[in-house]
Write a protein that binds this ligand. Structure first.
Ligand code: HEM
Ligand SMILES: CC(C)=CCC/C(C)=C/CC/C(C)=C/COP(=O)(O)OP(=O)(O)O
Length: 309
């Protein structure tokens, strides 16, 4: 048999490579909201980027986020195998080899940072590097398996994207971009603990010290309520600082009051499985909350500009 025939046969006999599995390693659904908040940072920052450069900056954030998610899945393949929600992921299910996932994550990390540096500036590239390192080392490797405050501190990783987008345009960090960071930072605990409340059996089985497992549902609900209350004034900061007007301010107020409403409903619900419904609804609402809040920022700016003639 010729070499060519052997190679072709090897190809035929190889298990089908599922592109979908490699895409899944990048956590595309989480990435969509991460990218959206980064894009809004680009859109509302003072200054102008050529649309092609802006697209490259947003692509760099997307790839950086995917890379960090990919390394996270590589590191957590043992935990993921133990949890119903994650057991069928490409690594625990054995459809992708661990070394391939790690290789993809590391390569994409390097590529995303280089892309950001070449297309925009070193401040944005530095912030992207910090976000990736934070998610991989501070959250995934260090805190997640050690303390129920894991997502409070580690959650900072997901708060970087608007700041990165802003820096891609201005080359700088500003009070507004810090406020947007603070907003996502405070949003993350109620976002995640809502899910952790109805997935606490998973986390208990895997031995991950999430707050509902360690401190119980009552204490978790109390802390969620506190975070949603603190979130309200922080969500209003862009308006109070004059970066956007009261259209955003009104949206932020209504959404933040609804988020508090969800937290109150969750707090009043029973601490057993019958309380899962309100927690699920609050988790879903957390995604709408962040998406709508960030959508309101550029819309407000656009409307203000149109009204100003
Ligand atoms: C450390 C901080 C965070 C933790 C621990 C966390 C945790 C989670 C978990 C476990 C899920 C999976 C839900 C499921 O599979 O049913 C999820 C879903 C999601 N998260 Fe977060 N999250 C964090 C931060 C963020 C940030 C910063 C964003 C975006 C700005 C985000 C956006 C999303 C989205 C869009 C989903 C829905 C994905 C889907 O529909 O499958 N998360 N989050
Ligand atoms: C630009 C950049 C690098 C951004 C990083 C954004 C990012 C990926 C933030 C964290 C969001 C997230 C999916 C947490 C999941 O936690 P988990 O890993 O505990 O969830 P899992 O149990 O579903 O794996």
């Amino acid at each position: 048999m010729s070499d060519t025939t052997q190679i072709l046969r090897a190809f035929d006999e190889a298990p089908p490579t599922r592109v979908r599995d490699y895409v899944d390693l990048l956590k595309p659904r989480v990435m969509s909201l991460v990218v959206f908040t980064g894009l809004v940072g680009v859109m509302i920052a003072p200054g102008h980027l050529h649309p092609f450069t802006a697209a490259l900056a947003v692509l760099a954030i997307a790839l950086g986020s995917g890379a960090a998610g990919c390394i996270n899945m590589w590191y957590e393949r043992d935990l993921d195998a133990l949890m119903a929600r994650t057991a069928n992921r490409p690594l625990p299910a054995g459809r992708v080899a661990p070394d391939d996932a790690l290789g993809l994550g590391v390569l994409l990390s390097i590529f995303s940072v280089l892309l950001m540096a070449v297309s925009t500036n070193f401040v944005a590239a530095g912030l992207l590097t910090a976000a990736i390192l934070f998610y991989v080392f501070i959250y995934t490797v260090w805190l997640k398996r050690r303390t129920p405050q894991n997502i409070v501190i580690g959650g900072a990783a997901g708060a970087f994207p608007p700041m990165i987008g802003w820096a891609a345009v201005t080359g700088d960090v500003s009070l507004i971009s810090i406020a947007l960071f603070g907003l996502i930072f405070l949003w993350t605990p109620p976002h995640f603990w809502a899910l952790a409340l109805y997935r606490s059996d998973d986390y208990r089985r895997a031995g991950v010290p999430m707050l509902p497992v360690v401190a119980g549902p009552r204490e978790t609900k109390r802390q969620m309520l506190i975070y949603t209350f603190v979130l309200l004034p922080v969500a209003l900061v862009p308006t109070l600082m004059g970066a956007v007007g009261w259209l955003y301010g009104a949206v932020a107020l209504v959404l933040s009051l609804s988020f508090i409403g969800h937290a109150v409903t969750v707090w009043r619900a029973a601490d057993d499985a019958t309380g899962h419904g309100p927690a699920r609804r609050m988790f879903r609402f957390s995604l709408i909350y962040l998406a709508a809040l960030f959508a309101a920022l550029p819309v407000d700016q656009l409307v203000s500009r149109m009204l100003a003639g």
